[in-house]
Design a protein around this ligand. Structure first.
Ligand SMILES: C[S@@+](CC[C@H](N)C(=O)[O-])C[C@H]1O[C@@H](n2cnc3c(N)ncnc32)[C@H](O)[C@@H]1O
Length: 257
C-alpha cells in the first residue's frame, strides 16, 4: 500500500513538473511570436549596403566577377561606372590615368565613354602584368589606350606618366594592389597631376569593414584616411555615392585647391 502511494506521489510530481515545463514553453513561444510580428524598423543605409556586399561580392558568386565590356573581363561595379561617366562628362579630361589594368576591360569601358566626350582624350593604364591581349584587339582600345608595364609606384613609371600628362586635365583611377601602403604611395605619387575640379577615384575602399570583408587588413580606405589627414587640397565627395552600391566608399576624392 505504502509503495503504491509513493509511486502515485512520484507520478503526480512528474506530471506537475511536465505541466510547468509545457506552460513555460508556451509562454516563450508567445513572446517570440509577438516579437516576430512586431513591425521592424527599416534597415539603415549602412545595413542595406552591408547586406548588398554580403550577397553580391562573394568570389564564388557569378556577379561582378563575370562582368564583360565588349567581351573583355572587367572588375568594375556598374553603379560606379555610371557615376564615373558623370564625372568624366563634367571634367572632360584629356587623360585618365588608371592603375591596375588586369584584362583591360576597365580601360575599354573608359575609352568607350571618353570617345563621346573628348575626341583627343587618352588613357594610360598601368599594370605589373600584361593580360590585356583581348582588350588590345578592340578598335576603341587601340585608338585611345597606352599600356605601361611596371609598378604604378615605380619612380620611372610615375615620371613617365607625369611627363605625358603635364599641363593637361587628368582624372586618376586607382585599382591596382589593394593594400594601404601601396595605395597611399599611389595617392601621393598621382595627386599632383589631378587638376583642381577633377577627381582621384580610389576603388575598393569597401574592404576591411567599410563595410565588407572585415578581416581584409588595412587597405584603400585606410590609405585615403591617412592621405587626407596630411592635406586639404582633396575632399571626399560623398555626393558621388548617391547610388549607394559603390565600391568606392569615401573614395571619390575631389581636388578643391
Ligand atoms: C583589381 S585588378 C584591376 C581590375 C581592372 N581595373 C578592371 O576593373 O577590370 C588589379 C590589377 O592590379 C595589378 N597590380 C598589382 N600590383 C600592381 C602594381 N604594383 N602596380 C600596378 N598594377 C599592379 C594586378 O596585376 C591586377 O591586374
Amino acid at each position: 500500500m505504502r509503495a503504491a502511494v509513493g509511486l502515485l506521489a512520484v507520478v503526480a510530481a512528474g506530471s506537475i513538473s511536465y505541466n510547468v515545463l509545457q506552460h513555460q514553453r508556451h509562454a516563450d513561444l508567445s513572446v517570440r511570436l509577438a516579437v516576430a510580428s512586431r513591425p521592424r524598423p527599416p534597415p539603415s543605409e549602412k545595413e542595406v549596403l552591408r547586406l548588398f556586399y554580403e550577397q553580391w561580392i562573394p568570389l564564388q558568386k557569378p556577379t561582378v566577377w563575370q562582368n564583360r565590356w565588349l567581351g573583355v573581363g572587367t572588375l568594375q561595379n556598374p553603379f560606379d561606372v555610371w557615376v564615373t561617366q558623370e564625372i568624366l562628362f563634367e571634367v572632360r579630361p584629356d587623360f585618365i590615368v588608371e592603375t591596375g589594368t588586369w584584362y583591360g576591360g576597365s580601360a575599354a569601358v573608359f575609352s568607350t565613354i571618353l570617345e563621346q566626350i573628348n575626341p583627343d582624350a587618352r588613357i594610360i593604364s598601368i599594370d605589373v602584368e600584361d593580360h590585356a591581349g583581348e582588350a588590345k584587339k578592340l578598335p576603341i582600345v587601340q585608338k585611345r589606350v597606352d599600356f605601361l608595364l611596371g609598378s604604378s609606384t615605380d619612380p620611372k613609371i610615375v615620371s613617365e606618366v607625369k611627363a605625358r600628362v603635364a599641363g593637361k586635365k587628368v582624372v586618376v583611377i586607382l585599382d591596382s594592389l589593394h593594400n594601404k601602403d601601396h595605395v597611399l604611395a599611389e595617392l601621393e605619387a598621382y595627386a599632383p597631376i589631378v587638376n583642381v575640379g577633377s577627381y582621384l577615384i580610389v576603388q575598393d575602399t569597401f574592404v576591411n569593414g567599410h563595410p565588407a570583408w572585415p578581416s581584409y587588413g588595412p587597405g584603400p580606405h585606410e590609405a585615403v584616411q591617412t592621405f587626407l589627414l596630411k592635406r586639404s587640397d582633396f575632399v571626399v565627395d560623398k555626393s558621388r555615392e548617391r547610388l549607394m552600391f559603390t565600391f568606392s566608399v569615401d573614395g571619390w576624392l575631389k581636388r578643391v585647391r
